[in-house]
Every structure is written in C-alpha cells, then in structure tokens.
Design a protein around this ligand. Structure first.
Ligand code: APR
Ligand code: PHB
Length: 389
C-alpha cells in the first residue's frame, strides 16, 4: 500500500491531523493499536481552549460540540476554603468550552468514517522504517498478516507509550521530566455538577477538582499518594474525602451518587526535543505530557497538529519545506509555555509531602497575590483560556 502520510495513533492528535490533511486532499492512513471501542472508553479531561474550538470548527467537526458543549466564562480557585472566581471574559475577553475529550474523539472518528479515509484498528507490531531517508515505510500486523505502507511522511501521534518516539535513536533525543509524588483519583457520576463552573481547591489534605461533562454528569478528583489503589476507594470514602477538601458552602451543595467510572492517574511533566527526525514528526502526548491541572493535554495536542497540518499542506501545495523545517521549534515554543503553566498550577494547588512551612506560605501567598492583583489574574486567565498560536 502507498499513501502520503501514515499517522500512528487514533487519539485526538492523530484523528485531527488526519482530518485537516484529508480536507485538503492529502491522503492519510491511520494505524491504531487498540480497538475503536477501547479508544472511546478512555475518560480524559474536558476543557477546550478557544483556539482548539476554532480549530475543530475549521476542521468541520464542531456541530455536536456547539450544540452540547458548555461555554464557561471563568473558574473558581479555592485555598483552604477561601474561594475566588476568575472571570475570563472580563479579564481577557475569552472563554473555554467544556466538552469531553472522548466526545471530540468520537466526532473525529465519525467524520473520518464519512470521508472514507482508511483507519486500521488493532494494528499490531507497528514499526517505523527509513524515516531518515526520503522513502519511509511503516509495517504492521493485522489478523496475523504483515502489511507494509510506503509514504512521504510519518506522524507519530501515538501517545506517551507509543512506538514513534521509541523508534528515534536515543542520542537524537533530549528529554525533560518531572514526576510528581501524587496522582489524581477521579470519579464520574450521573449527578448535576456542584457548581456552574469548575472549582480547583487547595486543601491541607490535598488538592480537589470539581468538573463536569454535561449539566447532568459530573467529574470529580482528589489528590492521592502514588501508592493508593483504586480498589481501596469505595464511593463513600471518595465523597467523604472530597467534601472535606471543599469549603462548607460547596460541600453542602454536592450531589453524590454511584460512580460510573473511577481511576487513578499519575502526574507527570515531560517534553522530548526535537519533534522532527527526518520524515518523522511527533505530536501530542507522544512528544510531551502535562499534569492535568489546567487541562492543557488535549489543547497542546491540537496546537501541535495545527502547526504540523499547516506545514504538510504547505509542502504539498507549494512544494516548500519551510513549514516542516520550522515545525519543531514552533510547536515547542508553545509546548514549553503550557508546560510552565501546568507545572505552576500543580505547584500552588497540591500538597507536597516534602514542603516545609516556608513552602506552604509561598503557596498561600501565590493565591493571595493572584486574587489581589489584576495583572496576575489576567495572566492566569490568559494561560487558562490558551496562549495564541
Ligand atoms: N501503534 C499504534 N497505535 C498506538 C501505539 C502503537 N504502537 N501506541 C499507542 N497507540 C495509540 C493509542 O492506543 C492511542 O489511541 O495512539 C493513541 C494515542 O492517543 P492519546 O494517548 O489520546 O494521545 P494524543 O492523541 O496525543 O492526545 C493527547 O490525550 O492523553 C491525553 O492528556 C492527553 O488530552 C491529551 C490527549
Ligand atoms: C476534567 O473534567 O476531567 C478536567 C477538567 C479540568 C482539569 C483536568 C481535568 O484541569
């Protein structure tokens, strides 16, 4: 088989890249290790920056999002019970859209089905070849038979554990990493959210987040230590812990119910540089991870893909390599800023096992400064709603 661009991974990064390229008549094949249902079963964050919303509109996959997504004008940060609302519209004239990543993925999958483009699910042993030359190839096993695709470019959109980054010679890659000494225990429940907007709460027992998927479905998280096991968390234990970390007024309004999903996710910051190796490009979680505080994961995948799609379209339409040559540096500039914001929000809102009294006062003072300074509030709003592309 032959195609122009082989995309590894049918997460939001791979599917969105496929969509943007197919819209310009650039043929792609997506190879995905898992089944379609498995991909759609993953629960992830649900806050879209305005730029991500605009990109989905431009890609022609925004119909359901526009109908069902919730526009949020602000968020609440609470510190040991003292709550403050940051009004994004007032501070920076921007908003965010609450719409689950799973739904974004589903919309992209349906659009790809309708376009007739090829997606191969349950592709095993995906291997990348000769991407340092001008005739890259990808091989994979499907139903026990080996297949080969030759292409012009390979896009590694296969997440943190994927094969693409792992195929790059070690000495060509520089990585930066911080692993946080805690995780997030998350619960999904069919009850209306406790508030109209998200609440990020610092508490001496640990961070908590009140989020949502719709007016009737809520998503809540509590910080837990890395050795906690999800089996040890009954729903009742979760709700008790969450209530203790919220202020009395919010805790009093919380509507609890049986969980429909419960899982623990570790927190990590990670960046690999560069994002291009000959004819292989990395995008999304394959190249970088942010801790979920600030919900930048999907948004960063979207901005990488936007730069990469522009670059590949320029290559095919204008026979110019300028865009693909600039891709890595362009994407990384924005990646690092989102890494900074996610790390910073994580640092002020969580309880760190090794922090001394001075460190705790610094966290509190960060909060007081944010609340009292319009400049600091605007900086939070600017980053949360998304830095420019
Ligand atoms: N071969 C083929 N596909 C693979 C392989 C492989 N060897 N390894 C992984 N994959 C697939 C995964 O099964 C997954 O469906 O690549 C896809 C990667 O998707 P995501 O992990 O969702 O990553 P990405 O598309 O970059 O989306 C970033 O997802 O993890 C969240 O917080 C993150 O919101 C961000 C978003
Ligand atoms: C979520 O709804 O899952 C969510 C929202 C905001 C975050 C992280 C996760 O910062």
């Amino acid at each position: 088989m032959r195609t122009k661009v082989v995309i590894i991974g049918a997460g939001p990064a791979g599917l969105l890249l496929g969509r943007l390229l197919e819209n310009q008549g650039i043929e792609t094949v997506i190879l995905e290790r898992r089944s379609r249902d498995y991909v759609l079963g993953r629960i992830r964050a649900g806050v879209l920056e305005q730029g991500t919303v605009e990109l989905l509109e431009q890609a022609g996959v925004s119909g359901r999002m526009q109908a069902e997504g919730l526009i949020h004008d602000g968020v609440e940060l609470s510190f040991d019970g003292d709550a403050h609302r940051f009004d994004f519209r007032e501070l920076v004239g921007r908003t965010v859209m609450v719409y689950g990543q799973t739904e974004v993925t589903r919309d992209l999958m349906l659009a790809r089905d309708a376009s007739g483009a090829t997606t191969i699910y349950e592709a095993e042993n995906v291997a990348l070849h000769a991407f340092d030359g001008d005739k890259p190839r990808v091989t994979y096993l499907k139903d026990g038979t080996e297949h080969e695709i030759s292409c012009d470019f390979i896009a590694g959109c296969d997440g943190y554990h994927g094969v693409s980054r792992a195929s790059v010679p070690e000495n060509a890659l520089r990585t930066f990493e911080r692993v946080y000494p805690f995780g997030w225990l998350g619960i999904l429940v069919d009850r209306p959210p406790v508030a109209d907007e998200l609440i990020y709460a610092h508490h001496s027992r640990g961070f908590a987040l009140c989020s949502m998927r719709s007016p009737t479905r809520s998503r809540y998280y509590v910080q837990v230590s890395t050795d906690e096991k999800v089996e040890d968390w009954s729903d009742d234990r979760f709700w008790d812990e969450l209530r203790r970390r919220l202020n009395d007024e919010t805790a009093g309004r919380l509507l609890t119910g049986p969980s429909i999903e419960k899982s623990i996710a570790p927190l990590r910051s990670f960046v690999a540089e560069p994002l291009r190796f000959g004819r292989l490009f990395l995008a999304g979680d394959a190249a970088h991870i942010v801790p979920p505080t600030g919900a930048k994961g999907l948004n960063l995948a979207a901005s990488d893909v936007r730069y990469l799609a522009e670059a590949l379209i320029e290559y095919y339409e204008e026979r110019s390599s300028a865009g693909i040559d600039a891709y890595s540096a362009r994407a990384l500039t924005r990646v690092w800023k989102a890494e900074r914001f996610s790390w910073w929000m994580t640092s002020i809102l969580h309880t760190f096992p090794d922090t001394d009294a001075f460190g705790r006062r610094m966290q509190r003072t960060e909060f007081d400064y944010l609340v009292s300074s319009e400049a600091a509030s605007r900086s939070l709003a600017e980053n949360y709603t998304g830095l420019p592309f």
